[in-house]
Design a binder for this molecule. Structure first.
Ligand code: AMP
Length: 272
């Protein structure tokens, strides 16, 4: 991987990296296309990173389909698909991890302790291996994106982070590799996430700026779906991820919920 990228860099080409865990969908493809617009060579990494899964989470069952992913990357003209086996990524006695100590505590970090340490560490490793000029992440994982911006800022990593908007199914459901865990009935229930966020956006567009009223509007929709277990719904500052209150100029409404066997996340950025 290094020697490929070194050769491209020596020819003056700009390299973009799109880190993924595979099972690619249109959300991933939109990031690949964004990277292709901004750089000369797009590298996609495909790595189901064991260190970002907690005990009892879905590391073993996470959907894997290498041949299909490789075909999709070929169709997008991806210059390299980097898919290392876990034992090549991590020494058996690896002993260094990167911990972000401010943004990672709340939201998903609260229910998934250690998750963002795994994310920060693997992304730093991917940056060191691939040495891209640009890396592209999705706003779907809003907290991850905010933390990774801190990673490159605080560790002076010379990689520019770009973000792509959330790609949704026609009915609003945010695309996710985990959506395939959903039965038809679960999938219908899962729509309440995007519906609730969409309701908050409607109010915002009508001029509502009061955090409590925006939250309540979303909450009313969740209340109609008792089978959906809300892990959190939070209204936070888009950059610091700190809770906001009162009247705001910008915010992110972030939600995580258990729907049948799947833990789903979604968010809506308002005003930023
Ligand atoms: P994953 O394979 O789920 O780890 O995701 C890899 C990258 O794709 C991350 O930067 C995600 O934020 C991004 N991503 C996942 N789903 C979507 C989506 N529906 N829209 C945009 N980006 C997404």
């Amino acid at each position: 991987m290094r020697s490929r990228v070194t050769a491209w860099r020596e020819q003056g080409e700009r390299v973009g990296l799109v880190p993924t865990m595979g099972s690619l969908h249109e959300g991933h493809l939109s990031l690949i296309r964004l990277a292709a617009r901004e750089t000369d060579r797009v590298v996609v990494s495909l790595f189901v990173n064991p260190t970002q899964f907690g005990p009892g989470e879905d590391y073993e069952s996470y959907p894997r389909d290498f041949e299909r992913d490789a075909a999709l990357c070929r169709a997008e003209n991806v210059a390299a698909l980097f898919a290392p086996p876990p034992e090549e990524m991590y020494a058996a006695d690896a002993s260094i991890t990167i911990h972000e100590g401010r943004l990672a505590d709340g939201l998903c970090g609260r229910s998934r302790p250690g998750h963002f340490d795994g994310v920060c560490t693997v992304v730093a490793k991917l940056f060191n291996i691939v040495q891209p000029h640009v890396a592209v992440f999705g706003e779907k994982d809003y907290q991850q994106l905010a933390i990774l911006r801190r990673l490159v800022r605080d560790l002076d990593i010379p990689v520019q982070i770009l973000a792509g908007p959330i790609v949704r199914e026609a009915d609003g459901l945010a695309m996710s590799s985990r959506n395939r865990y959903l039965s038809d009935a679960d999938r219908k229930e899962a729509l309440c996430l995007s519906e609730a966020l969409g309701r908050a956006r409607e109010l915002w567009d009508e001029g509502e700026r009061d955090v409590v009223r925006l939250r309540d509007a979303a909450g009313e929709i969740f209340a109609k779906h008792p089978s959906v277990t809300i892990d959190y719904m939070e209204t936070v500052d888009p950059e610091t991820l700190e809770s906001v209150s009162g009247e705001v100029k910008q915010l992110v409404i972030a939600v995580a919920a258990q729907v049948g066997p799947a833990r789903l996340i979604d968010n809506m950025v308002l005003g930023a």
